[in-house]
Design a protein around this ligand. Structure first.
Ligand code: SF4
Length: 177
């Protein structure tokens, strides 16, 4: 194949087929997620394709991959898919996961967190950014660090059997229900 023809096909494929396809896909996703106009998708890990976001806090390297991050000017909206059904009230772990994502998007993208959305199987919950979440996350990280350094034993902080049954550490956990 001649070089000019190859280059022409490459440009045609990218600009006239692939780019509109990506734009349509993004628009469909935004509609499905209920994202209002003005928000632009800047990061996704919905299929494991996102790079690991990192931040340093309280002597711990915090890593995470939110499912979707949207940007509107200097603000960020974080969306995460959850496996289970929507709880009556969010668990501390849900809030801390969002707090960690808020910190990560602030450090990695220089954006002010605006809101986090957790999408459960039967509905979603929106959590507005609250600056007190970050010190709460810091305290939790300190506790986790102490546990990892074996200074404090790990203790269960809930009484939900179903939660333990879904937990990745179930087989190895002495505190399981
Ligand atoms: S199995 Fe252990 S680590 Fe997992 S939720 Fe239950 S108590 Fe927590």
């Amino acid at each position: 194949m001649n070089l000019n023809l190859g280059l022409g096909l490459f440009i045609f494929f990218n600009f006239f087929l692939f780019l509109p396809y990506l734009l349509l896909k993004k628009r469909r996703l935004s509609r499905e997620l209920g994202i209002p106009e003005g928000w632009k998708l800047i990061y996704t890990d919905a299929q494991g394709e996102g790079r690991l976001l990192k931040a340093f806090m309280k002597g711990v390297i915090l890593c995470g991959k939110p499912d979707w991050v949207y940007q509107n000017r200097s603000q960020a909206l974080v969306i995460e898919d959850k496996q289970g059904t929507k709880p009556g009230e969010l668990y501390l772990s849900h809030r801390m996961q969002l707090a960690a994502y808020f910190l990560l998007v602030e450090k990695e993208f220089g954006l002010r967190p605006y809101q986090g959305i957790l999408r459960f199987r039967d509905g979603q919950t929106e959590v507005s950014y609250d600056p007190t979440l970050i010190p709460a996350l810091g305290t939790l990280l300190e506790e986790m660090r102490a546990i990892l350094l074996r200074k404090t034993p790990a203790r269960r902080n809930h009484s939900s059997r179903s939660r333990c049954r879904r937990c990745k550490f179930y087989e190895h956990c002495n505190e399981r229900l």
